[in-house]
Design a protein around this ligand. Sequence first.
Ligand SMILES: [Zn+2]
Length: 172
Amino acid sequence: MSNKFSLSAIGQDSHRFVSTDDEKPLVLGGLTFEAEQGLEGNSDADVLLHALTNAISGITCIPILGDIADELCLKHKITDSSAYLEIALADLAEAGYELAHISFTVQAKKPKFLPIIEDIRKSIAKIVDLPKEHVMLTATSGENLTEVARGAGIEAFCIITVVPLESESYNS
Ligand SMILES: [Zn+2]
């Protein structure tokens, strides 16, 4: 892979909400929202970290969500999605790139994103070691147009920009 240029890639993910009698909490961007209805999945179903992980796979061509995450989740009981993201980030470094910018767009009827966007940006920025200014998130309700927009779950898209790792200049 040529290391001369910045590259971009897109990732997507979606999860259905658990049924209301299931007490699984909502996890978004590494934050747990105890009062909100959680998402179905073997893992914490962190739809944002999954979309980001998929976007990184869009650079490395190494799929993490699937066999690798399933093994961590089902065999080793690691349900924290940041563990899957860490593997993708290691693959990215191996390919000679690092994250420069992340932009998410989310569609969800609930929860209300406006009050939690800043906390989510901060959390993801910390996980990936980027300034918060380079982790953006917008959310729309979807106007009841689709099943997601009518409250069945949450869908997220993530576009990343990665730049070549320049070992000398980055370390000085
Ligand atoms: Zn997922």
